[in-house]
Design a protein around this ligand. Structure first.
Ligand SMILES: CNc1ncnc2c1ncn2[C@@H]1O[C@H](COP(=O)(O)OP(=O)(O)OP(=O)(O)O)[C@@H](O)[C@H]1O
Length: 173
């Protein structure tokens, strides 16, 4: 069993233009995951819920305001030689107010579902984004090498209901 002592929650929001089969991603300009495309998200503030954090991060990083938000997945990311895992709560937004605009942290860009820039994204993304685009829900566990690129082992399952949080005692890796 991979040694994980604790986990820290994060949010990740994928905004979809379903009629045109397009997904909004952002090029991360600084910090963790810099120079990768990703959804919009981040850490929680001390008093907010996961969903509140998802709304706030989407707004702060892309300047759009979600009108709906659906929880679609939960990923547990762990890294070699790091006992604290990242618990990423994944949401889909299909209606919003405002126009995606570049911010200090992210440069937003729309991509066709058929042209997602997986080579410039986290290596786990190409596994679960296709499930999400089929309107399915999922739970994933990904164990990364220290280089933060190679996935040493993983489990990814489609589920009917996404749990509120990842129960570390139920890990499969
Ligand atoms: C390992 N494989 C991964 N695959 C896909 N997405 C991943 C990820 N690992 C982290 N993420 C996401 O990357 C963002 C980091 O957020 P991060 O910049 O650290 O947070 P926040 O904006 O609060 O930071 P500041 O301290 O304000 O810079 C956050 O959305 C988180 O869900």
């Amino acid at each position: 069993m991979i040694p994980i002592q604790n986990k820290k929650p994060f949010t990740l929001v994928l905004t979809l233009d379903e009629p045109h089969r397009k997904i909004l991603l952002g090029m991360k300009k600084r910090g963790f995951g810099m120079n990768k495309y990703n959804g919009f998200g981040g850490k929680l503030e001390p008093t907010e819920t996961v969903e509140e954090a998802a709304h706030r991060e989407l707004w702060e990083e892309s300047t759009i305001s979600a009108r709906n938000m659906k929880k679609v997945g939960l990923n547990l990311f762990s890294f070699e030689n790091n006992p604290v895992a990242m618990e990423v709560h994944v949401y889909v937004v299909t209606e919003y107010d405002g126009t995606p605009t570049e911010t200090e942290e992210m440069r937003p860009e729309w991509f066709s579902y058929d042209d997602i820039p997986y080579d410039d994204m986290w290596t786990d993304d190409r596994q679960w984004i296709p499930i999400m685009l089929k309107n399915k829900k999922f739970i994933g566990e990904f164990y990364f090498a220290e280089d933060q690129k190679r996935i040493i082992s993983q489990v990814l399952e489609e589920v009917d209901v996404v749990p509120a949080e990842f129960d570390l005692s139920q890990r499969k890796l």
